[in-house]
Design a binder for this molecule. Structure first.
Ligand code: ZN
Length: 476
């Protein structure tokens, strides 16, 4: 006998009927939620931008996403994303990123930066209160983004140091998500100046996100660089997050990791991140390339590539372009170090990327799909659950003590904000290359930001701006 409508409704449980006011249902996907350990076929119900239901049966809603044979997981949270423009947010969204934060260099002032993006962002955005830009302002260094003037070339006077700290405190009060520091870019910042910044972090109870003073296995390198920030964290009580431990360790990742692990075991609040590439990117005129860099970074001129043209450098062209200023990609790491970094149980994946008018490093567009494709599916150096943990839950957990809303991101459970990625685990892959970085990842089928679709069937949704600022709540 055919089922008539009356009988059909009678057959539905009251719970299912109540769910028909859902805005969106993502049905029958393999839901992976590292926070709870859930890895099962579930349907996710969303109303008013929030996950309200996880059901073993398909749900009814105004809009249905069929997620059969696909993975449904929390949106990825990038702690280290220099690209903070519409162009960059589009690449991030197509790579599964729902929150992109500039925590390494940071900004100053914070408020102005946040307001410039409010209501116009595809994904969530935010920045730390930056020591580098604060020091640039205090020393009148007018370089573009990274210092090449007084902030990079000399010690700060006492009044300049006081002003730098004032600007950092101001940035925190305006919602700066922690304190950013790039000591390698301000090599004349004294040990005491850096320690003072950690003191502010301790007062505000926020971490310092730090690109350390040195890199590489030779002294002065990764060992004493880690010793500086670990000591500062230990003596002040501030938390510390070491950015790109992979590139800072150079060809000594295991050594760098062993120091971080040791500090953690002795009670220092320390975390670290890595990106899934063997090459880095930075500015050629910055202090990174001060004399002696080849020895310290296990890198020669030929390992440096001009982003604009793809040209590899030699001693002569290095000098020329360093004078002019240029963005460069540096091939300085080994595959085995990156495999080890991705496999480390507590590593946070972060991109450290930016793209500018189609030019940049592929990590800006492909980091997250690359982890899923290359490191999970092909090389099998980590499980899908672990990869998702390192890309969503761990970064949220790092922020939640001082950005309370982060307790509701990086998770798929009732009450969490609906920042969600749906991807095809068999097909997902990065397409961005060193030669052509401006290529969207493949296989990321749907992306929701606070319940609003920003990617549908692998296409960007135009004219939606659900991205919210990620702001700290601290007193300092
Ligand atoms: Zn960076």
């Amino acid at each position: 006998m055919p089922l008539n409508r009356r009988r059909f409704i009678a057959a539905l449980s009251p719970a299912v009927l109540a769910q028909s006011n859902l805005d969106t249902a993502i049905n029958d996907g393999r839901v992976i939620d590292p926070a709870s350990g859930l890895d099962a076929i579930r349907s996710v119900g969303i109303a008013n931008g929030v996950v309200t239901t996880l059901s073993a049966k398909p749900l009814r809603a105004k809009r249905i996403i069929d997620a059969r044979n696909q993975v449904v997981c929390p949106g990825f949270i990038d702690l280290h994303s220099h690209g903070q423009s519409d162009e960059n947010y589009r690449y991030k969204a197509r790579d599964g990123v729902t929150t992109a934060l500039e925590l390494e260099i940071g900004v100053s002032p914070v408020k102005q930066w946040v307001e410039a993006r409010r209501g116009k962002a595809l994904i969530h955005y935010g920045a730390s209160a930056g020591h580098v830009p604060a020091r640039m302002a205090a020393t009148n260094d007018t370089s573009d983004w990274l210092p090449a003037g007084p902030a990079a070339t000399r010690a700060a006077t006492d009044p300049e140091q006081i002003r730098t700290l004032e600007l950092i405190r101001e940035g925190l009060r305006e919602g700066g998500a922690g304190i950013g520091m790039g000591i390698a870019y301000t090599p004349f910042a004294s040990r005491a100046e850096i320690l003072d910044v950690f003191k502010v972090a301790a007062q505000a109870k926020v971490p310092v996100f730090v690109h350390m003073r040195g890199a590489g296995r030779k002294d002065p390198g990764v060992v004493d660089a880690l010793q500086e920030v670990i000591t500062d964290a230990a003596v002040t009580g501030a938390a510390v997050h070491v950015v790109h431990l992979n590139s800072s360790s150079g060809q000594a990742f295991e050594l760098g990791l062993s120091i971080v692990r040791g500090a953690k075991a002795r009670g220092v609040d320390i975390s670290y991140e890595a990106y899934p590439y063997i090459a880095g990117m930075t500015r050629l005129e910055s202090a990174i390339f001060n004399p002696g860099f080849r020895e310290h970074l296990d890198m020669d001129y030929k390992d440096i590539m001009l982003v604009e043209t793809g040209e590899r450098l030699n001693e002569e062209t290095f000098k020329k372009y360093r004078k002019e200023g240029a963005t460069v990609i540096t091939f300085s790491m080994r595959d085995q170090d990156i495999d080890q970094a991705m496999a480390a149980p507590d590593v946070i994946v972060a991109s450290d990327g930016w793209i500018d008018k189609g030019k940049g490093h592929p990590r800006a567009a492909g980091s997250y799909a690359r982890v899923l494709a290359l490191y999970v599916r092909e090389r099998k150096v980590l499980s899908l659950m672990d990869a998702i943990r390192k890309m969503s839950y761990l970064p949220a957990a790092r922020l939640e003590k001082f950005v309370p809303e982060m307790r509701r991101r990086g998770r798929i459970s009732a009450g969490a904000f609906a920042d969600i990625v749906v991807f095809d685990p068999a097909r997902v892959r990065d397409k961005a290359t060193y030669q052509n970085p401006a290529q969207y990842s493949e296989g990321i089928t749907h992306v929701l930001v606070n319940g609003t679709a920003v990617v549908e069937n692998e296409k960007l949704v135009e004219g939606v701006f659900p991205g919210q600022p990620v702001l700290s709540k601290v007193t300092v």
